[in-house]
Design a protein around this ligand. Sequence first.
Ligand code: PLP
Length: 424
Amino acid sequence: MTAYHQMSRQELEKEKSLLDAAYAAFQAKNLKLNMARGKPSVEQSDLSNGMFNCLSSTDYFSEDGVDCRNYGTLDGIPEMKRIFADLLHLSPDEIIVGGNSSLAMMFDNVSSNMSHGVRDGIPWSKQGEVKFLCPSPGYDRHFGICEYFHIQMIPVAMTETGPDMDEVERLVSSDPMIKGIWCVPKYSNPDGIVYSDETVLRMANLKPAASDFRIYWDDAYAIHYLYDKPATILNILRECEKAGNPNMPLIFSSFSKISFAGAGVACIAASRSNIEFIKQRMAMQTIGHDKLNQLRHARFFKDAQGVLDHMAKHAAILRPKFEAVEEALERELAPLQLAHWQNPKGGYFISVYVPEGCAKRVVQLCKEAGVVLTGAGATYPYGNDPHDSNIRVAPSYPSVEELRTAAELFCLCVKLAAAEKILS
Ligand code: PLP
């Protein structure tokens, strides 16, 4: 295949009329497919249906004899804390089990730091214009939290080993109004990048100008592998302890993509001293989270190994879906050098970089032919992808057959947008 930029105008015009015809044929199919949000499929949710039968009208006590129907146990039942601790390689007293959403716990943490300060320090909102570092592309809802609180977002480039640490170190050490950084250390959203040891070590050894700087370590995809076994990375809490920064990281995780996305269990993990502060605040919000759901999870999964075994079943469902999209990209776009992407080993997304200035057009073309994608730009602070290039593809929900069709259309739209751009 001749790359478009090597074609004469006449050749490219001919190619474009073929693409137009193929696109019209797709439109005639009246497709209705969605590769926008990283939602588990019905089949994946079905894997946890056993949880509906885990408890009974006589079985509702946690292992320490607490009646899970009643108030209390602010930081979670012991068996659920142990499961999180084992999965995250931490100790149970470094964990608080929350409600169903880790995003809610992140929002809440930022909110209370804005209004009341970190560990009773000066509220962030009273110190001036608060800033966060936002490795980009990143998770749109992290950026949404910043926007909501009028926190200025500073994009930092992502590399194949994690955020550009030269830039992170330079910024964090020079500006006391930089109060946080969003990190998705394993199978990052959207690039699927796993932080290298060097990245974790440099993160742990940061010397922030702000004494109330926090690393928001969102381990949403800690064990969400597609091949063989989960990647292992250095333990941020332990590395921060060694570096004399024990209170710097706040770790978040959840069962949203392990059990049920709408009814999982989330946690925050941190130093014991941070946990005490967080618990004091949490005590003003709730007398305790949903312990019956925690107990259901503990009964169903039994222990961390049970969770890991369960993740192999998710991987078996997800792998062919990722591969269906990757095969189409490789076949249709690689020879034309029209896009690049990582073939992620875990997580929920394939992050595709189309020719500069084409992402919005590709998303529009796909939409007009019945395939909804994440809005172009959504993976950048303020929805602003400076290169208009990144598109986050979420292959988890549609069937493999549907994905083959959707991926074929996606590739066609990339070609069309690229041809239009060169000819314009
Ligand atoms: N963090 C990341 C990086 C995510 O991609 C997602 C969901 O897509 C979440 C958090 C949401 O987590 P939860 O369902 O626990 O609120």
